[in-house]
Design a protein around this ligand. Structure first.
Ligand SMILES: [Cu+2]
Length: 87
């Protein structure tokens, strides 16, 4: 009953949401993201505008980039708290 280390599944953060940035509005501090289903907010896939928690996030990705991101509801507003380019 040997367990092969090579069978180890690459860990993925299950909380990150798949999406694609369609627009970045630096003056408003917002992203438009076409996102996949978001279980924690009971949302299906759609395109919507999100506040960036940190303005630097707006420079870390470009329109057209596939991304993985995390979302929180802060003061009633959906806010991207983390975003990274998908590999
Ligand atoms: Cu949505």
């Amino acid at each position: 009953m040997a367990i092969s280390q090579s069978d180890a599944v690459q860990a993925q953060n299950p909380q990150l949401i798949d999406g694609q940035v369609t627009k970045i509005d630096e003056s408003a501090g917002k992203f438009t993201i076409k996102h996949g289903p978001i279980k924690k907010f009971d949302m299906d896939g759609m395109t919507m505008v999100f506040q960036a928690q940190d303005p630097a996030m707006l420079k870390s990705v470009k329109a057209g980039d596939k991304v993985k991101f995390d979302l929180e509801k802060i003061k009633g507003q959906f806010t991207v708290t983390k975003i990274e380019r998908a590999k």
